[in-house]
Design a protein around this ligand. Structure first.
Ligand code: HEM
Length: 180
């Protein structure tokens, strides 16, 4: 996983909970990187699970909620950093349907070692979008946060429903229904 994802995570923790919390979760996580990340470096996604796990213990907030919160936050960061990639899309559904063949393709050009999920569109209508997340990294909660961040970005009101298609959560179906 790219260092930029770690840097932004630690930035969010510092912003929301202060530097002492950043220090504490890094120390308790026993990380091979020792918590020193450069945005272009590549690190095991296990380190992200360790950091989020420690933050969960520290704050007594479930890991799933923290991944979701981070997803919402990081889409806000992407919204600024990758504005050109997003701006050409007219709404959230159109954007989400292009993550697989456009957005993440561009990401791979920038960062060839990036480990990305598959985001497959199962069905798309004016008010409902179904997409299937597949990844060995099991980060569907993070995906849900990114989807919510995307809805926020386009100023759209919709409900996100999440159902595991496999027991181990490597494949998850999201149904996004517009509230009209
Ligand atoms: C402009 C928008 C986006 C950009 C620039 C972007 C970029 C990235 C980057 C850089 C990573 C990290 C890859 C790595 O560290 O190896 C990533 C991972 C990921 N992306 Fe995107 N992404 C965007 C939108 C989305 C959206 C809308 C979704 C959800 C539908 C999504 C789902 C994910 C997930 C879940 C991961 C974690 C890795 C995994 O689950 O295997 N991304 N993305």
């Amino acid at each position: 996983m790219k260092g930029l994802i770690f840097c932004e995570f630690l930035e969010m923790v510092e912003e929301k909970f202060g530097y002492e919390t950043v220090d504490e979760i890094i120390e308790k996580s026993n990380l091979p990187s020792k918590g020193i990340y450069t945005s272009v470096g590549t690190y095991s996604h296990e380190e992200m699970f360790s950091l989020v796990g420690q933050l969960s213990v520290n704050l007594k907030v479930p890991v799933s909620k923290l991944f979701y919160t981070y997803g919402v936050y990081v889409f806000g960061v992407f919204g600024k950093a990758y504005k050109d990639l997003i701006i050409e899309h007219s709404d959230a559904f159109q954007f989400l349907s292009r993550v697989e063949d456009t957005i993440h393709v561009q990401v791979l050009k920038l960062y060839p070692e990036a480990e990305l999920p598959t985001i497959e569109i199962k069905s798309q209508g004016p008010h409902k979008l179904e997409l299937i997340y597949t990844s060995q990294r099991k980060m569907a909660d993070f995906a849900e946060g990114l989807i919510q961040g995307c809805l926020n970005y386009f100023n759209e009101d919709a409900s996100i429903n999440k159902v595991g298609l496999t027991e181990d959560q490597t494949q998850v179906l999201f149904t996004i229904q517009k509230n009209v």
